[in-house]
Design a protein around this ligand. Structure first.
Ligand SMILES: [Zn+2]
Length: 131
């Protein structure tokens, strides 16, 4: 198999060399990248499985773009990412966010702040009162 230089795996490895970026964050960003770039039938199938409504705002056709750029539920977190991007004179677009190494850390902070990929805490089950 020939490895393309633009394959997400390569950028994942590159990302891991970013100072202060955790393995987990590098992995999450690479997963977003994979979801955004359709590579093969398997991924298409995966994307279809992932096309349910947005869990945060209920919008249809949840996509990576929706999460990173559109979803109103993350507007506050996105504001910080946007200001970081603008400080670096970067465009707030999918290609830059997922591809520009200067934005890797601000993007990781955004993802972290949204708690979107954290395990959901179990709701408290009301205890049955004893008779
Ligand atoms: Zn949403």
């Amino acid at each position: 198999m020939k490895l393309d230089k633009s394959m997400p795996l390569n950028s994942f490895i590159k990302r891991l060399s970013t100072p202060n970026l955790s393995w987990n964050s590098a992995s999450l960003i690479s997963q977003l990248e994979i979801m955004h770039v359709p590579l093969n039938v398997h991924l298409k199938r995966f994307q279809r499985a992932d096309s349910a409504n947005c869990p945060a705002c209920g919008a249809r056709n949840k996509t990576v773009e929706h999460f990173l750029l559109v979803c109103p539920s993350y507007a506050r977190e996105r504001w910080k990412l946007r200001s970081e991007a603008s400080k670096l004179s970067k465009n707030m677009c999918i290609k830059t966010l997922l591809g520009d190494p200067d934005l890797t850390l601000p993007l990781a902070n955004f993802i972290d702040a949204t708690h979107r990929f954290k395990p959901i805490a179990k709701p408290d089950v009301p205890r049955r009162s004893m008779p």
